[in-house]
Design a protein around this ligand. Structure first.
Ligand code: LFR
Length: 490
């Protein structure tokens, strides 16, 4: 048996600790602790409750010890872009604001009024999302920034609290939209623009860097395994998910399907030419010198909200089952419209959208779920076409990983509409990728290519084929619809 690894994976709606190890060449995964995560209003802003997250991590580690594991390696990943400001005394200056907060709604336009979008994209190759760290820092309290000793991305902050060591891990740092693609450093112009300095960011490190042991002070408060060694993994959850994607062949794309849907491919050389800029594709840094060339799509966030608004009367599986009795593609919806980012009520927002666009209004839970699944599939198919166009070849295979890979209905719709083979699974790709980077760092696995073969052998992966009649006409109709609605809003 290999060493025992712990993936701390904090998503937008839940966090968990997963144990991982390999026996007889297969990777085994076991959930030890799961907790709810989310943001709540604090002093007028939607903030993450970071103390709660830390508390739950310690609770999870206590469970690891109770299971009999005394010597573990641990890696942390979370969603991207959000940060913690730390003062000279090592204390947090305030709770981190969530990227879903509205404070940066108009910030792209404000910041780019005298620093062009072309400059920023040429420098960073990162997509324009109003919640990127760049715009968040632009809106940050200037007095607090002046008092800030360290700006730490959330997983780096958790690592800092656990071990006392501060680093800036690159996969997550690239999502700030402040790292220079070519120079591999924060860009001075962009730093100046948001009143921060190079030395406020601790040293940039690659995934696989050893951070060290959990500090003694935590042993006074918690009953932790005797040895917990923290490794800086691909700390951006999407970067971990891509490491955990068991893709083979040449012309593959991935869809990391969770709260967000991240669709794209892995490149060895960044692509920040005109077409990529026009379509707002990103070159987030991946593990082992790769680039995650992808696009953010609103994703299961929509269905998560719908589920909550239905008072959690239905599980995700039940919603998908209800949806499967409805006709697909009854409405065309731009699921990536900003209005779905944080609406007061998701169901009403979907219904209002359909009403405004003179379409049938979905009413029942099944109709609403089908409208969401159909349109997510359409959006995926549309982006696969765009991706193929930018890269100059047709994508043959789509690997869907993450929780969304369990939604058979959506996998099949996507294969059908996009005319690609869909390989669904593993649903735990993020935790797996987190653990793989630890295993490679510890010498338990040689490299990521072998790791992907091991993943493919260890977890069930289901294939969906397009069938005889891909709904090509539906995709064209959807593309026309998107074009028209986007023209209207420009
Ligand atoms: C997915 C994800 C995306 C990022 C978004 C915000 O969980 O990390 O990659 O764009 O959340 O951080």
């Amino acid at each position: 048996m290999s060493k025992t690894y712990v993936a701390v994976d904090i998503g937008a709606s839940s966090g968990r600790l997963m144990l991982g190890y390999s026996t007889e060449g297969k990777l085994q995964l076991k959930e030890v602790h799961r907790f709810k995560n989310g943001f709540a209003k604090k002093e007028g802003y939607d903030c993450w409750d970071i103390d709660h997250i830390l508390q739950e991590i310690f609770t999870g580690l206590e469970k690891v010890k109770k299971l009999g594991f005394q010597d573990v390696v641990l890696g942390i990943d979370t969603c991207a872009v959000d940060y913690v400001l730390v003062g000279k005394d090592g204390q947090r200056l305030k709770d981190p604001v969530s990227y879903r907060d509205a404070r940066t709604k108009d910030s792209i336009a404000k910041l780019t009024s005298d620093l062009s979008k072309d400059y920023i994209y040429e420098k960073t190759g990162i997509q324009f999302l109003d919640f990127n760290t760049l715009y968040q820092l632009f809106e940050e309290d200037k007095d607090l920034l002046a008092k800030t000793d360290k700006i730490l991305m959330i997983p780096d902050y958790i690592g800092y609290v656990l071990t006392g060591k501060a680093v800036t891990e690159v996969t997550n740092a690239s999502t700030t939209q402040m790292l220079s693609l070519r120079e591999g450093l924060f860009d001075q112009h962009l730093l100046d623009k948001v009143n921060v300095t190079h030395d406020q960011f601790p040293k940039l490190v690659d995934p696989g860097t050893n951070l060290g042991a959990v500090s003694d002070q935590w042993y006074e408060k918690y009953d932790l395994p005797r040895k917990v060694n923290v490794i800086t993994v691909a700390t951006h959850d999407t970067a971990s998910a891509v490491v955990g994607t068991p893709a083979t062949g040449q012309r593959w794309a991935y869809l990391s399907s969770g709260t967000w849907s991240l669709i794209g491919t892995e490149l060895n050389v960044p692509e920040n030419g005109e077409k990529a800029f026009k379509h707002n594709y990103t070159n987030e840094w991946g593990a082992y010198g790769t680039y995650r060339f992808l696009k953010n799509i609103m994703g299961l966030w929509i269905i998560q909200n719908v589920k909550e608004e239905l008072d959690d009367d239905y599980s995700f599986a039940e919603l998908a089952e209800l949806a499967s009795h409805e006709e697909p593609f009854q409405q065309l919806i731009d699921v990536n419209d900003d209005r779905f980012q944080n609406p007061a009520n998701m169901i009403q927002e979907i219904q209002a959208y359909c009403q405004e666009t003179n379409q049938e209004i979905p009413q029942t839970p099944g109709e609403i779920a089908m409208a969401v699944y159909s349109n997510l599939s359409l959006y995926y198919a549309n982006e696969l076409a765009v991706l193929g166009d930018i890269l100059g070849y047709k994508i043959d295979d789509l690997n869907i990983v993450g929780g969304g890979s369990n939604v058979a209905l959506m996998n099949q719709l996507t294969a059908t509409i996009a005319g690609v083979n869909v390989y669904a699974g593993p649903s735990e790709a993020t935790a797996i990728g987190n653990i793989i980077v630890q295993m490679i760092a510890q010498g338990d696995i040689l490299n990521v290519y072998l790791a992907r073969r091991i993943i493919a052998d260890s977890f069930p992966i289901k294939k969906y084929t397009p069938g005889q009649e891909p709904f090509a006409a539906k995709l064209t109709e959807y593309q026309d619809f998107l074009k028209k609605t986007k023209e209207k809003t420009v």
